[in-house]
Structures are given as C-alpha cells and as structure tokens.
Design a protein around this ligand. Structure first.
Ligand SMILES: N[C@@H](CCC(=O)N[C@@H](CS)C(=O)NCC(=O)O)C(=O)O
Length: 192
C-alpha cells in the first residue's frame, strides 16, 4: 500500500508463510528473522523490517511523501507509526498468535495462550485511544496521510479477519476507515 501510494510498481514474489517457506532456506538467507516482507534491491541487498523498507522507498522516491523530509514532519510521522505499532499491532498479533494462529505459530515464536484475551483487550484499548486522538483530524498526523495511517489500516484489515476489528462504536476510527478504504491504494490490486 505504501508503494502504491507513491505510484511505484514493485515486482512481487509471494512467500507461502502458511507452509513456513519464510522459516527455511533460501528465504532465511534474505532475512534471518524469517519474517516477511523483504525488499530485495537490484544489487541484491535485502531490506527487512517494514519501517526500514518504507524509509528506503521514501528516500529513493521522494514524490508523494509518506514520512516527510522536514525533521519535525518526519518525527511526527514516525511517532505515529510507533504508537500504532506498540498500541495496536503488537498486542493484536500476539493475541492472534496465542489463539486462532497458534497451530501456525507454536513452533515458530513463543506463544502465550493464557494471555491471549489480555493481548486482544490491549489492542482494543489502543484502538480506543487512537479514536480519541483522531477527533477533529483527517489522518493521524493531521491533514496529511503518513505511514502510520497505512500501518493502522492494514492491521485493521487483518484484525477484521481474525475477530479483532475496532469497535463499531468508535466514531473517529470508523470515519477515518471510510476515508482510507476510498483510497485507490486500499484495493491492493497491484498485489494480485
Ligand atoms: N518486524 C517485522 C514483523 C514482520 C512479521 O511479523 N511478518 C509476518 C507477516 S505480516 C510473518 O512473516 N509471519 C510469519 C512468521 O512469522 O512465520 C516487520 O515489521 O516487518
């Protein structure tokens, strides 16, 4: 979605994470953490960690900035990325891995089934806090779309598939979600 917002087309190689392709060679040679995504440059260098991939694309393709180039704007965008990551993405995925996803993940990472519901509630509290912050704002960082909006949107899409959608009564997140869904990049048709 980040690439699509920038108008970039990237060759996509799908990795079967259900079958564990990412947890074996040759994928581990690209990313020793065994997680997707990875951006492989033309010179062969492999970048992993989503934020590092986004920062690289932002630097090389500065049009349609999604982080920014003025220090204060960059800080604001990265601040929101981190808040979304810590308050929603990490507890949501920990809750998923400890419950619905446990068969896939039990031999990959430490899963904590007894904490599954607490992780999920933590993610819901994160949504509620973000809802309050979105009051009067078009996007997380005000009137410009930034990388944190994309992170939140993509994980709401995932969360909606696994019983961790934001509560329908959170008015600001729901209005923001409608704005995000209306963006052509949200269709992700370039991934097909
Ligand atoms: N910190 C990494 C997390 C990556 C991550 O958790 N990737 C998931 C897919 S969204 C994955 O590869 N899951 C399969 C697995 O862990 O085996 C990032 O931000 O890129």
């Amino acid at each position: 979605m980040f690439a699509a917002e920038k108008g970039l087309e990237i060759d996509v190689i799908k990795v079967d994470i259900h079958a564990g392709e990412n947890r074996s060679q040759p994928f581990l040679g690209l990313n020793p953490t065994g997680t997707t995504p990875v951006l492989v440059l033309e010179n062969g260098f492999a970048i992993s960690e989503t934020i590092a991939i986004c920062e690289y694309l932002e630097g090389v393709y500065p049009d349609n900035p999604l982080v920014g180039f003025v220090p204060q704007e960059r800080a604001e965008a990265l601040m929101w990325w981190r808040r979304v990551d810590l308050q929603v993405v990490q507890p949501m995925t920990a809750g998923f891995r400890a419950a619905e996803g446990i068969e896939m993940f039990r031999d990959r990472v430490r899963c904590i089934p007894k904490a599954a519901e607490e992780f999920k509630l933590t993610a819901q509290e994160g949504y509620a806090w973000i809802d309050g912050q979105l009051q009067g704002r078009e996007y997380l960082a005000g009137d410009r779309l930034t990388v944190g909006d994309i992170l939140l949107f993509c994980f709401i899409e995932f969360g909606s598939l696994v019983g961790q959608a934001p509560n329908a009564t959170l008015p600001n997140i729901q209005a923001w979600l409608a704005r995000m869904k209306a963006r052509p990049s949200a269709l992700l048709s370039w991934l097909e």
